[in-house]
Design a protein around this ligand. Structure first.
Ligand code: COA
Length: 636
């Protein structure tokens, strides 16, 4: 009913603005033979005559530009009242079954009017800008469409696949399916954390919740963006599922927050070099996007056999604690929950957070645990007495909140977040256009090879325009390893110009002060990957499709690189073959993601969802206090 009343008002406005003398809508009448109309309510809808001022003239698409526009006008009138498809078909003779199907979807709110228009253009093989949309009330238009009334809309690419390319599409599809198979198997393996025994020890003996159950209690919903789940897979020092800690961005009380949560089923949540790298990357995302951070700490500290790769250097373990202070000084709040046994490095994170919650009988913190105390002093002491929840909340003051259960601890975090005085971004009211094509088709477009498609000069100009206009940039990267050797002077000149253009694009990308997201859809090879905002150019987020290849050189070219062989390499066929296989494996998306050269592998069909999520996350900082404060909050 509400919809009809609103439509009535729009209808009257439309009529009055186009013809002030036109009578208002009368009682609903149904012409003989007309199908019942969707959404019409007796007494509120216009008559068929009012609705079809030119009803004697049935529009045809093939009789010139005027009729073409007239047909569109008729369609928009139909869509305004959501008339039944058969009624519409009787009015407009040239409608195809495809368009009628799209129209039905539109009536079920599956499409916007804009998508409907695009589909009509496709059916009629017309370009979109030839159709004006002045008969559609604003209510049915997306924001883009509203602007579209004043500016030219962009032409829609013809998405049909030429028959000569169909076999490429098929091969890409088969390759994507194989890559996705590997992706699913690996994800299943990673989701088991440290394995069945460790899970039993964690849940039965230590009476703790699994890390994903904790996240479920903490976050508003399960639509969080998980980062790098394949980190730690098949490393030289073994498999470390998800690097022993889950990181990502999720909503807590409506606020997007970065979370870092140890998985204690993986070697007691101890920190491997890859775990440090994963936490540092999560902190970097928090800083870059000014996101509040929450740490769920359940960690035995450094994984001691690898201490030399964990302790001494600038980007080793200590950097996590350093960042906590810097983030606090930048007014990025950090909240920690002590939800397990936290020893040494595991105890530093919560004591440096701005507010810390500890779980009774589950959380404990000490620099050295009871076994070490026994060894050093001969004293027997329980973990609870040495560094349990009561001790730290009553005696040491290392924590701020005592929670009697896991559930209470996460409720406490939510309360803390509500006291931050954060301004929440307004509820999204934008309407978006649906994609013209199914997301599944991306599987056939995920390339197995690469080609020189990058026009560096216009690219550099484009990046500067986006930067000037504060428009976020999405880089869809598919770059080639190296240009073929020049065989003539003119080719050598081309190479030189290309090099200069690359330098200019790299400078433009590096300096563009707008959010940047990179999605590697094919090759991430050589210099051009920098110009397309590779990892070293600091995109806010960087994801790979499972088919992506990441390397300086392509394994197919290995024989043309004699300098790639080391001194021991005799260059015979078997060694070259071995080198080729090694390079092949090292260029896979999984190899890259295991080492955190990216923020994770995403499926092509999920790209739109993930990118939209990243854009919303990045937008949040507009609503937060961004001023630099110079002193961190320190616990004394
Ligand atoms: N370095 C390397 N491995 C460690 C480790 C460490 N600091 N702490 C624990 N582990 C390993 C254990 O050897 C065990 O390996 P396994 O599964 O192959 O047998 C696994 O992690 C789980 O340890 P376990 O003690 O059986 O589990 P738990 O859940 O009862 O206790 C801890 C986990 C972390 C609380 C406990 O192991 C502990 O206190 N570790 C010592 C922590 C420490 O002193 N850290 C100092 C770092 S500077």
């Amino acid at each position: 009913m509400a919809w009809c009343c609103l439509s009535q008002i729009y209808y009257q406005r439309e009529r009055q603005s186009s013809d002030p003398a036109a009578p208002g809508p009368g009682p609903c009448s149904q012409a003989p033979g007309e199908s019942p109309q969707l959404g019409r309510v007796q007494g509120l809808c216009p008559t068929a005559d009012q609705l079809w001022p030119h009803r004697q003239r049935t529009a045809r698409a093939d009789t010139g530009a005027g009729s073409w526009q007239a047909m569109w006008n008729n369609i928009t009138s139909c869509t305004l009242w959501r008339l039944s498809p058969s009624f519409m078909a009787s009015r407009i003779q040239t409608l195809t079954p495809l368009f009628i199907r799209n129209y039905k979807d539109f009536c079920k709110n599956k499409h916007t009017i804009w998508t409907l228009r695009n589909s009509l253009c496709q059916v009629m093989k017309k370009t979109v800008p030839t159709l004006k949309c002045n008969t559609i009330p604003h209510r049915f238009l997306s924001n883009k469409a509203r602007y579209g009334q004043y500016t030219k809309t962009f032409p829609v690419l013809d998405g049909s696949i030429p028959s000569v390319c169909e076999h490429v599409f098929e091969e890409n599809l088969r390759n994507s399916e194989a890559c996705i198979q590997r992706y699913s198997e690996l994800l299943c393996k990673v989701s088991k954390g440290g394995g069945e025994n460790a899970i039993l020890r964690h849940t039965q003996r230590n009476k703790k919740l699994l890390v994903r159950e904790r996240l479920r209690m903490l976050l508003d919903d399960e639509t969080f963006l998980e980062l790098s789940p394949f980190a730690g897979f098949d490393l030289p020092y073994g498999d470390v599922p998800a690097a022993g800690c889950l990181t990502g961005v999720g909503k807590i009380c409506g606020v997007w927050c970065v979370f870092m949560a140890n998985d204690a089923t993986v070697k007691g949540g101890t920190i491997y070099p890859i775990s440090v790298k994963k936490q540092l990357r999560a902190q970097q995302i928090a800083v870059q996007n000014r996101l509040l951070s929450v740490y769920l700490v359940d960690s035995g500290g450094a994984f001691l056999p690898l201490q030399a790769e964990l302790f001494p250097d600038q980007s080793h373990g200590g950097r996590v604690f350093y960042n906590e202070a810097i983030m606090s000084a930048m007014k990025i709040p950090q909240v920690a929950v002590v939800c397990g046994s936290c020893t040494a490095g595991g105890a530093y994170v919560p004591t440096r957070a701005q507010e810390t919650v500890i779980e009774d009988k589950i959380g404990s913190m000490f620099l050295a645990g009871p076994p070490l105390v026994k060894a050093a002093t001969g004293e027997d002491i329980s973990p609870e007495d040495l560094g349990g929840a009561s001790m730290h909340s009553k005696v040491s003051g290392c924590v701020d909140h005592f929670a009697s259960s896991e559930k209470e601890a996460y409720e406490c975090v939510r309360n803390i977040i509500l006291t931050l005085n954060y301004e929440l971004p307004p509820e999204e009211t934008l309407e978006y256009d649906d994609p013209l094509y199914s997301a599944e088709e991306l599987l056939g477009l995920a390339p197995r090879g690469y080609s020189y498609t990058l026009h560096i000069k216009p690219g550099s100009h484009f990046v500067q325009l986006c930067s000037q206009r504060s428009i976020p940039i999405l880089f869809l990267q598919n770059t080639a390893p190296h240009a073929p050797e020049p065989t003539s002077l003119s080719q050598a000149e081309d190479h030189t110009n290309r090099l200069k253009a690359q330098a200019s694009m790299m400078a433009a990308v590096a300096c563009a002060a707008v959010p940047k997201i990179t999605l590697v859809i094919g090759g991430c090879y050589g210099n051009e990957s920098y110009a397309m905002c590779g990892r070293s150019f600091d995109p806010n987020f960087l994801f790979l499709w499972p088919n992506a290849r990441v390397a300086l050189v392509d394994s197919k070219h290995i024989s043309t690189f004699p300098q790639a062989r080391d001194d021991d390499c005799t260059g015979d066929d078997s060694e070259l073959m071995h080198l080729k296989e090694k390079l092949e494996e090292e260029s896979s998306a999984f190899h890259s993601s295991a080492r955190l050269w990216d923020d994770g592998i995403i499926l092509p069909q999920n790209s739109r969802k993930v990118i939209a999520q990243c854009l919303t996350i990045m937008k949040q900082q507009k609503y937060q206090i961004a001023s630099l404060q110079h002193n961190p909050v320190i616990r004394l």
